[in-house]
Each structure stands twice: as structure tokens, then as C-alpha cells.
Design a protein around this ligand. Structure first.
Ligand SMILES: [Zn+2]
Length: 420
């Protein structure tokens, strides 16, 4: 199969984390908690200030859970922060807890505490940051991507990107979103998004505000309408925000002419947000709503999306990783999982991406997931994958395309210039 994709777009990604993973401490091959004692963690590129920072471990196959004691033995005084590969937890030592002003029996931080701690890690030096950005560009370009939508903006990232574009070294067109975790964080994110909007360039665009409404299916924190594993009165996941606060944020974001992007993985989470957006629209507020992941959606929620300016950002590659436990975890809700076919039938705009560094950026993996999921009771996506993976704006970094043949990236052209 030969694909020629214009403006090959990863519509949901964590750009800097991807670059940091490429040049930093990558723990994806950590075999057990104890295995960490065999690793050399002392390299300069693994440092942020005096912290040791790593990313990517997965403990699903480990015989014992990760614990702070193990890190304390190796590093009694130096703070260590090791983020889990799913982006929803971190493994830290006592020195890190002390610096963060936190207490924890296990040294495992999850969800909001984990994300807020991540934000408080010491900054990279400016030259480390530029190297990480360039490493990120390379990861995307090698996978064929020329356009990315970043979910994790910051002022220093934006400024470094602008500088690199000025130096003619930026090889992706990047849309930026700014994440917030509480209402105070929302004010800061708004300031940044508006600042960036004022300083947009040919390659850099500021889109708006992103927040997490629920968790993930893997951690059973995505908010579902029915209990996990079909357990009567069992847990259905959780939400991280009051809807009254969300209402304030959506109105303010739309009034400022920015987009709101909401992490919604469970069907009930998506339903809450779509119902709220309908209510806000009925009051005369107009703006764009991006729904991130939407891994489970009920048909009535999809119907309710129709009058909204909505786009769903989906990552088929997640299906490849999650397929082994999806049916058991979701039971009755399995029929609503990864609803790209249902969204397409309802003519709701979709964009595809990979959520790197949770999954590596890969058009090929997404194409494979779409093909294989159709054999596993997932309603087939019959639209054009080239179109769904292209940036929708033909004027944005035009003269960009990628050729992918038999799963191999053959050619990447960015703004008329060949990259590979
Ligand atoms: Zn993400």
C-alpha cells in the first residue's frame, strides 16, 4: 500500500515530552522495579537541575510494585522522579517528596498530584530545552509527520519554538494548547494562550486551553456509565472537575476566541461535557470544542454533538495496546468503544494522532489498528485515513506531504523542502 498524505498531522501529542524522551532517560525497557538498580541514572541529559528525571516504565508485568524505598537506597539525598508510561502516575523517592512538600507511603503519585508535581520539576536549561525540541522534531519527521497539535504548552516552550523558527531550524508546524489543573491554573493558561496568540508565526499557532475531565481506562479512572468489570455497584471511574467550574472555563475560553480541549475517555465523561457545551451554546456562547481520546461514546452523545463546533481527536494505536483487556473491563460498554465508525457515520469531524510519548507517533500503527479492530467487533472506519490524518487547513505550512509505502516512510516534504 502506498499512501501520499498531505500535511501529515498528529492531532494529539505531548511534543516536548516526546523530545525529552528521545534525548533523556527512557524507562520503557525496565523489566521490574528492582531492575532500576542495574541502570546508570547519572547521565547529564537525565538531569533537571539536581533532579534525576525519567519516563516510560510500565509495571503491569512486574512481580512487585514500585516503591520509594528502592529509590531511597540508590539515592538517599538526590530527588528522583520517574513518570509512568501512561502519563497518569510517577514513582518518586523521599528526597523528591520532601522537595515537593508531599507525603506518600509508597512513593507513587497519581493523576492530579502526579501532573502538578511534573509541572513543578526544575526547568531544563535553555540549551537542553532547544535540544529536546530538535529531538522531538526528528522523532515526528522520521515517522512522517510535518504537523503536530501539542497539548502541553508553556511560555518557555513557546519562546524556544519561536527562536528556533527564527533560526530556520524548526521542521514541524505546531499548534499549541495550554493545560490547566484548577481555576488558578486556568487563569495562567489563558494568559499564556493569549500571549502566544498575539505572537503567532508562520509555523506556530496558539489554539487554547486543555484540561483533564477524567482519567484512563488502563488505571480504571476513566468515567463510565457502568461499573468496571460489570461489578454490581462497582467503581465507575472519576471526574477531576466540578461541572460548574468547567462551565466558567468554557465560557471564558470561547469569549476570548480560543478553543477548549477536554480529555474525556469514558462515555459518561464525554456525555457530561457535550451536554454542558449544548447548554452553554444555548445561552449564546460560540466556540470550538475539542474532545480528546473519546474512547467510549454512546450513540445519543454522538447525536448531541451535531449542532456543536466539535472535533474528536482519536488515537487508533491505543486500541492495539488496550485490546487485550478492553472487553473484560468494559463488558456492556465494549460495543461503544473506539467509535471512529459511528462518528464518521454521524459526520462529526475526526482527526487522528498517537498521544506520544504514551505511544510512538506512527501513521502506520494507526492504519494497522483501523484494519485489525474492524475484525474485533469495532465498527469499521470507511473514510479516508489520508484525509483524517492530514491537517485540515491547506494553507498552514503548505507544500508539505509524506509518502509511506508498505509501512515505511519514504519521503517527507515540509514547506517544499525534503527532510529525509
Ligand atoms: Zn495526551
Amino acid at each position: 500500500m502506498l499512501f501520499r498524505i498531505p500535511r501529515l498531522y498528529d492531532s494529539h501529542t505531548h511534543f516536548l515530552a516526546t523530545g525529552e524522551l528521545a534525548s533523556g532517560l527512557n524507562l520503557q525497557s525496565l523489566k521490574s522495579a528492582e531492575d532500576i538498580t542495574n541502570w546508570d541514572l547519572s547521565k547529564e541529559s537525565f538531569r533537571r537541575g539536581d533532579w534525576i528525571v525519567g519516563f516510560g516504565w510500565h509495571d503491569s508485568q512486574w512481580s512487585s510494585a514500585p516503591h520509594k524505598d528502592l529509590l531511597d537506597k540508590l539515592f538517599p539525598n538526590k530527588p528522583v522522579y520517574l513518570a509512568k508510561g501512561d502519563g497518569h502516575a510517577s514513582w518518586v523517592n523521599s528526597a523528591a517528596l520532601k522537595e515537593l512538600g508531599l507525603t506518600s507511603e509508597t512513593g507513587i503519585l497519581t493523576e492530579t498530584v502526579h501532573l502538578q508535581s511534573w509541572d513543578r520539576l526544575p526547568k531544563f536549561t535553555p540549551s537542553q530545552q532547544k535540544n529536546n525540541i530538535l529531538a522531538g522534531c526528528k522523532v515526528y519527521n522520521n515517522a512522517g509527520f510535518t504537523h503536530v497539535r501539542d497539548m502541553t504548552g508553556s511560555e518557555s516552550l513557546w519562546n524556544s519554538l519561536t527562536e528556533l523558527e527564527g533560526e530556520n531550524r524548526l521542521t514541524v508546524a505546531l499548534e499549541e494548547n495550554f493545560t490547566c489543573y484548577d481555576l488558578q491554573g486556568f487563569e495562567d493558561a489563558m494568559k499564556l494562550a493569549l500571549y502566544a496568540k498575539k505572537h503567532e508565526t508562520a509555523l506556530l499557532r496558539s489554539r487554547g486551553i486543555k484540561f483533564f475531565y477524567d482519567g484512563s481506562l488502563g488505571s480504571e479512572t476513566a468515567y463510565l456509565s457502568k461499573p468496571y468489570h460489570g461489578l454490581p455497584n462497582g467503581p465507575r471511574g472519576k471526574v477531576l472537575w466540578n461541572l460548574s467550574d468547567v462551565e466558567v472555563m468554557i465560557k471564558r475560553t470561547w469569549e476570548a476566541g480560543l478553543e477548549i480541549s477536554v480529555h474525556v475517555i469514558g462515555d459518561e465523561a464525554a456525555h457530561d461535557i457535550v451536554a454542558l457545551a449544548r447548554k452553554i451554546s444555548a445561552q449564546g456562547f460560540v466556540g470550538r470544542l475539542n474532545l480528546e481520546h473519546v474512547q467510549v461514546l454512546r450513540p445519543e452523545t454522538i447525536q448531541m454533538m451535531k449542532p456543536l463546533h466539535v472535533r474528536c481527536h482519536m488515537q487508533p494505536c491505543h486500541w492495539l495496546s488496550d485490546r487485550v483487556w478492553l472487553k473484560e473491563k468494559l463488558r456492556d460498554l465494549y460495543r461503544y468503544v473506539f467509535p471512529w465508525g459511528a462518528l464518521q457515520a454521524a459526520q462529526i469531524p475526526i482527526s487522528f494522532g498517537c498521544d506520544s510519548p504514551v505511544e510512538p507517533p506512527s501513521f502506520v500503527a494507526n492504519q494497522k489498528a483501523l484494519e485489525e479492530s474492524a475484525k474485533d467487533r469495532i465498527r469499521a472506519f470507511t473514510g479516508s485515513i489520508e484525509q483524517t490524518h492530514a491537517h485540515p487547513d491547506a494553507q498552514y505550512a503548505p507544500n508539505s506531504y509524506s509518502l509511506i509505502e508498505e509501512g515505511v516512510v519514504k519521503e517527507v516534504v515540509f514547506c517544499g523542502k525534503s527532510l529525509l
